[in-house]
Design a protein around this ligand. Structure first.
Ligand code: GBH
Length: 448
């Protein structure tokens, strides 16, 4: 099955692969701080990770061997602006690192998809202003200045921008339950205020791009949300249907309604939260500023509630969940262009190159994406496999491997070796194909 102009991609993020945590003038991020305080699995850190700060040319060759046309990676804000505030100065070697990576990608015919914020806030912004909890406007301004600098510096070559990766996770895990950096515990209230300033920051960045750079640079800009599918246990029992709707509103609508919908938070969310806590308000002007600020719906999808498991306790294999979710996004948010910006599965640290679990996962999930495109007319323009290589899995350290490439973390060279899934993914991306109908039927009808 051939879908023309489909963007095949693979992804990583700065803190998870770069290493060089304090190299050449980089500032400390909240993840440096969090892991140095021993807050992740086994006290593991991203100090070295996959050493991609030094080995980016090797990474580009991995991508080339995968035959993908795109690479989704993120910029480390404190590598570019060590304190987070541009008036304190920029770090030229950090700026150059991304210039070199972008040039190397383009020289190999791979288009950069750049995430501006994949969780590694400059620690100084956390210390001085409480990071995303700040409601004074300083954090919004700092992010706006940073993104403006990135558009100006890299926008001649970068045509696909993602402002935030999974703001839900930053708010909920970073400022709610404190499982992720910066480890601030405020589940009832802080969590909603962190989200509030992220949404405003996103909108500012979008308008800066739209007003100042879009015409000359001709790129797209949007946001990536994570979303699980919440299937109601039955469709005939109202309680189950409402539980599913509540879950989708709290997990996805929280950010999607302001940006892709009405401009405001979902009513069902305000109603439920306000019963116990203060829930932030968006003014009329703010709603207008939020509404429509994404050229595409960036979707990170891994799992649905609840079926076959994996190495990650939260990740169940439910291929049809992605199709249902895609249909739901189409219906709820007016048929947006959708890029799947992450999808993937983990294995254990001890697992090796024969990753049949990942081959099957990709086969089944990508098959459901194809059905959503062909049979349900969902406007999916791209698909991204998480991840290009095994890397630092946040609070789980190195205990979970998500890569198409296996990384030897005890080898100072951090050698990367393609797994079985790399050649499978290459066969799809290289042929611009999903997969043969025979295989598709076998897996679809055989397994589920
Ligand atoms: C994505 O998040 C991230 O964008 C990426 O950086 C990450 O490596 C990848 O997924 C794989 O996890 O407290 O039990 O919920 C996906 C959402 C958020 C799911 C954090 C796991 C932590 C475990 N992830 N969550 S739990």
């Amino acid at each position: 099955q051939y879908v023309s102009d489909f963007a095949w991609s693979s992804a990583t993020s700065a803190y998870q692969i770069e290493g060089g945590w304090n190299a050449d003038g980089k500032g400390e991020s909240i993840w440096d701080n969090f892991t140095h305080a021993g807050r992740s699995h086994n006290n593991e850190t991203g100090d070295d990770a996959c050493l991609s700060y030094y080995k980016y040319k090797d990474d580009v060759q991995l991508l080339r061997n995968l035959s993908v046309g795109y690479y989704r990676f993120s910029l480390s804000w404190p590598r570019i602006i060590p304190t987070g505030e541009i008036n304190d100065g920029i770090n030229q070697p950090g700026v150059d690192y991304y210039n070199n990576l972008i040039d190397e990608l383009l020289a190999n015919n791979i288009q950069p998809m750049v995430t501006l914020y994949h969780w590694d806030l400059p620690q100084a912004l956390q210390d001085k202003y409480e990071g995303w909890l700040d409601q004074s406007g300083i954090i919004v301004k700092a992010f706006a200045d940073y993104t403006d600098f990135c558009f100006k510096t890299y926008g001649d070559r970068v045509k696909f921008w993602i402002t935030f990766n999974e703001p839900f996770i930053t708010a909920q895990l970073g400022y709610g339950v404190a499982a992720f950096a910066p480890g601030h515990y405020s589940p009832g209230e802080g969590v909603y205020y962190a989200a509030h300033s992220i949404i405003k920051s996103h909108a500012q960045a979008y308008h800066i791009y739209n007003n100042t750079y879009r015409e000359s640079q001709k790129g797209q800009i949007g946001i990536t949300l994570n979303s699980n599918w919440a299937d109601p246990m039955t469709r005939t029992d109202l309680e189950h249907v409402e539980a599913s709707q509540r879950n989708l509103a709290f997990a996805t609508g929280w950010f999607a309604d302001p940006i892709f919908g009405t401009g405001d938070y979902p009513d069902i969310m305000r109603y439920n939260v306000s019963t116990f806590y203060l829930f932030p308000k968006l003014s009329k002007a703010e709603k207008l500023l939020n509404k429509g600020t994404s050229d595409f719906f960036g979707l990170n999808h891994y799992t649905s509630h609840l079926w076959l498991s994996s190495a990650s306790t939260w990740l169940y294999q439910v291929p049809w969940g992605i199709r249902k979710l895609l249909i739901w996004i189409k219906r709820t948010y007016g048929d947006p262009v959708i890029y799947i910006t992450e999808n993937g599965i983990s294995e254990h640290f001890s697992d090796g190159l024969d990753d049949d679990i990942r081959v099957n996962y990709y086969k089944n999930y990508i098959n459901e994406v194809l059905k959503a495109i062909k049979e349900d007319d969902v406007n999916v323009k791209g698909y991204t496999a998480w991840s290009l290589m095994d890397n630092f899995e946040w609070a789980e350290g190195y205990s979970e491997r998500f890569g198409l490439h296996w990384v030897n973390f005890t080898d100072p060279e951090r050698t990367r070796i393609p797994k079985k899934s790399a050649s499978y993914y290459r066969s799809l991306a290289g042929n611009h194909e999903f997969k043969s109908p025979r295989e598709r039927d076998e897996f679809h009808y055989g397994t589920f």
